[in-house]
Write a protein that binds this ligand. Structure first.
Ligand SMILES: [Zn+2]
Length: 403
């Protein structure tokens, strides 16, 4: 049964308005707690009030819109802060569709739906800061120790939450489930021409810092056969790793050597040391462990054959997250009806607030296509028809869930 229906035009108008806060070309600059972010959160709070929702601001600036008496409602939303150079839809789409779903449900006389914009999902201070504090994964005391790349303190910056409205805790017990609509931020749907992705799980992320230590020497006088070149070792390691990992990985596995520091990084010196990051992602925590074994073996073999030393730091991992099976089946039902033969179940390769919230309540996510798979970029975009279809499918899933 459909108890409420969203207004696509009104949703697009609000999405267009949110885009004006921090607008920069086709994209936006709306980092957490900047003037543009605070102004956008004030505007969002006003729109919630106009929709008959009660606004609650928590101590880290997460903005909630509650439908009257706050018990046992479904929470929908995402984040409205952006990367330093962000797209107009990353997070914003889920926040505005969340507002529209809560508003439409309220106009229809129920069911009670609450909406949220989490703060600092994009990691000005740390990964998913707002939802981590709200779900208790990060204590407020620990969060208050965080400092951004320019030396600004979280403890000080979060005081700006009071500019949006009175600040108080928002107990997670008020909610019984969380749903998030998001752009895919990757090329899968755009490539297949499909219009909806139902997220089955969110990848786990593992990572380490490693170093090869060889021998720094003169680039003119040291014969090739006597060199202990740390950079050449890294190249051989990367090559060997690509070959070996391909034999054990799944369809969603990715691995990246993303940060490399060569020492002394000079044209006439054989590199004596190279420090680098290795990060790998997959929805299976077991495979993440197996990959770790292969990465270690390969690094050790490379060091031995090249007569150099290998070091590595502590292993870090964020476990993979499974979406709630009941919510997944409801999202699939809605997707089958809205986009027959044009939807797919898929893994999210990006982290989302939903991963944190899933520790406290059943969670589900829906994706819409990203044109050319581009995100975290001013050029990020999605076809208007896909935004509306995604919003309608999402709203229909909420309808199915409350029936
Ligand atoms: Zn996002």
């Amino acid at each position: 049964m459909t108890r409420f229906q969203i207004d696509g035009e009104r949703m697009l108008a609000d999405l267009g308005k949110l885009r004006t806060f921090g607008a920069c070309g086709n994209g936006v600059k709306r980092r957490a707690f900047t003037d543009a972010d605070i102004a956008s959160r004030k505007w969002l709070a006003t729109r919630m009030t106009e929709a008959g929702l009660t606004v609650h601001i928590d101590p880290v600036g997460n903005v909630f819109g509650m439908p009257g008496e706050a018990t046992n409602c479904i929470l929908v939303g995402s984040h409205s802060d952006t990367q330093p150079e962000g797209g107009w839809l990353d997070g914003a789409l889920g926040v505005i569709v969340g507002l529209e779903v809560a508003r439409a449900a309220r106009e229809a006389g129920g069911p009670p739906i609450a909406c949220v914009s989490f703060q600092d999902e994009e990691g000005r201070f740390s990964t998913l800061t707002g939802s981590r504090v709200w779900t208790g994964a990060l204590s407020l005391e620990d969060a208050d120790q965080l400092v951004d790349a320019d030396g600004a303190c979280f403890a000080q910056e979060r005081q700006k939450a009071a500019q949006i409205g009175p600040v108080a805790n928002v107990p997670p017990e008020w909610f019984r489930a969380f749903l998030e609509l998001h752009i895919e931020q990757g090329p899968v749907l755009d490539t297949t021409g499909e219009r909806i992705g139902v997220v089955s799980d969110i990848v786990g992320i593992a990572g380490e810092r490693m170093s090869f230590i060889g021998e720094q020497n003169h680039a003119g006088t040291t014969p090739m056969r006597l060199r202990k070149d740390a950079f050449q070792a890294l190249v051989r390691f990367t090559d060997a790793l690509n070959t070996k990992l391909r034999t054990i990985v799944g369809p969603a596995t990715v691995w990246t050597i993303g940060h490399v520091v060569v020492h002394p990084n000079a044209a006439s010196v054989v590199p004596g040391r190279v420090d680098f990051s290795v990060q790998w992602r997959d929805p299976s925590d077991r495979l993440l462990q197996d990959m770790r074994t292969v990465i270690h073996q390969t690094a050790k073999e490379t060091a031995d054959t090249n007569g150099i030393e290998w070091q590595h730091s502590n292993y870090n991992a964020i476990p993979a997250t499974r979406c709630d099976p009941t919510i997944v089946s409801v999202l699939e039902r809605a997707a089958r009806t809205a986009a027959p033969n044009a939807w797919r179940p898929m893994t999210s390769g990006a982290l989302h607030d939903a991963a944190n919230v899933s520790k406290l309540m059943p969670m589900g996510m829906l994706f819409v296509p990203s044109i050319n798979g581009i995100s975290h970029n001013f050029d990020e975009d999605t076809a208007i028809a896909d935004l509306v279809l995604g919003a309608q499918t999402f709203a229909q899933a909420v309808n199915l869930l409350v029936n």
